[in-house]
Design a binder for this molecule. Structure first.
Ligand code: GRF
Length: 209
């Protein structure tokens, strides 16, 4: 059975969406652990409520990024991970960590990449006056928010949107595409060709909500 380790920093609603979809659809998968970079991350409570092993590795207790990532890597390997899911994990990962998990490390970003990599995507989308915004699930490579895109969801920007109202609409879209992308991975349907991901057999990699 495939195993998934999830990394979170906060409320973990994407993690929750993936676990609930897996339960509902009966995926042959084991969530072998959730790791947060601080013990106050709310998502750890959900994990515990589901009997999923929950851990925190305090990034503040590590003097360097390399030392934190080495501890994280060791824990993930100990848990055994066919797939590592970054779900609102707010730490930049070192190249060594990324190389170690290359091809089985995925992330969700709250924007239609390559637009708006980095932070404060909803504010920046509003400031730019875009008509469409959204979210992207992608393989993680060394460039921040640059890896091959697996799946995207787009939502309309409304004239009266605030960053919060837009974030809520995008989050609902995230909860639809992240479980879908994880399932594609587990089913062995993803082929990475250069910077592109093909889904086999083909299925739309963009959903409009
Ligand atoms: C999501 O918007 C995700 O795209 C971003 O951080 C947020 C995490 O939310 N990277 P949650 O912890 O999954 O609820």
């Amino acid at each position: 059975m495939a195993s998934i380790v999830t990394l979170i920093s906060g409320r973990g609603s994407n993690f929750e969406a993936i676990v609930k979809t897996a339960q509902k659809e009966g995926w042959p998968v084991e969530f072998t652990g959730v790791i947060a970079n601080h013990s106050a991350a709310k998502g750890l409570d959900f994990a515990r409520s589901q009997g999923i092993p929950a851990f925190s590795i305090e990034h503040r207790e590590h003097a360097t990024r390399e030392s934190f990532d080495a501890a994280l890597m060791m824990k993930i390997d100990e848990l055994g991970a066919d797939l590592v899911v970054l779900a609102g994990f707010m730490r930049i990962l070192t190249p060594g960590f990324i190389r170690h998990f290359e091809g089985r490390l995925i992330n969700i970003h709250p924007a239609l990449l390559p637009a708006f990599p980095g932070l404060h995507t909803h504010e920046r989308a509003l400031a730019a006056g875009v008509a469409e915004h959204g979210a992207s699930v992608h393989f993680v490579t060394e460039g921040v928010d640059e890896g091959p895109i697996i799946c995207q969801a787009s939502v309309s920007v409304h004239p009266d949107d605030t960053a919060d109202s837009l974030a809520a609409r995008v989050l609902a879209a995230e909860h639809q595409i992240y479980p879908r992308a994880v399932k594609w991975f587990l089913d062995g349907r993803l082929r990475i060709e250069g910077n592109q991901v093909q889904v086999q057999p083909p299925e739309s990699q963009l959903i409009k909500l």
